[in-house]
Design a protein. Sequence first.
Length: 338
Amino acid sequence: MLTFDPHPLLKGPHRMTLASRWWPRPPARSVPEVTRLFDVEPGSRISTKCHWQPIPHLHPTLLLVHGLEGCTDSHYMIGIGHKAWRAAFNVVRMNQRNCGGTEHLTPTLYHGGLSHDLYAVIKELVDRDRLPALWVVGYSMGGNLALKLAGEVGATLPQLKGIVAVCPNIHPAACVTALQHPRNWIYHTYFLTHLKRRLKRKARWFPNKWDLTPLDSIRTLWEFDDCYTAKDGGFRDAADYYERSGARHVLAQIAVPTLIITAQDDPFIPFETFDLAPLRFNSAIQLVAPSHGGHCGFLQRPREGEDLYWAENRIVDFLRDHARRTIAHTPGSNSSTL
């Protein structure tokens, strides 16, 4: 794998993290897009944006999952989605519950343990669309969900061929604690403000479900999750929610090729959370951890033949390499398209 050489103007975790959101991308070529709803449990649906190849079942499929307070239109979802589509993948960009303006589609909140939602989408793509080979790429909280799914299903879902997780928060309590450190006030303020706004929008669709009286007095993410996310998700409290939602507990059961990309200087995903035996001894998992990169940043020094988004390019390399090997042994698929 090509090593990460950080852009000379962006060395430093905060510069890298913030620049990845605002750095101008070249205009993307138009990609055919279809909006599709998936039932994930009775009374709850999620919205996706799908980009199909001309004969979908002859191509591998990539399910993309965003992070906290992201959506299908987050810059990284569009960036990796367009790259994967040009690499001959079908692409399904998934909104987590309530995200992307879909608060009306479910009476529940979303949280970092809802790996079942990914499973429901994959099962429909397999059973209804007859897609034979699927990969999941998740960012941050979405990366934790992807890893959690892979560990929960093990080898029991043969159509799931691999996972990529970028800066996954596999230890949610440690990540929230890091977010609440004063040096990370800009990220903490952003997430907390947006979560509060979303809950207020949600309450307009489902009045009287949540008591909003304490909302304005909440000052931390932990308090928000303790008051709202945990109780709505059936957890005892925030600590119970974080403990039960972290993918670190199921890493040993992952049986499909898995790539984890994280930066040692990520401002709020502590690198020590990856010092785990399953990451050292599970041969299915490859951990790539450059010294720099920030949180889901990885803007590289200009390199011939690639744009600045190093992680996106490495993800496509990983997917294409494994897809060729997998599809060559998958009936009804065509590895020559990759």
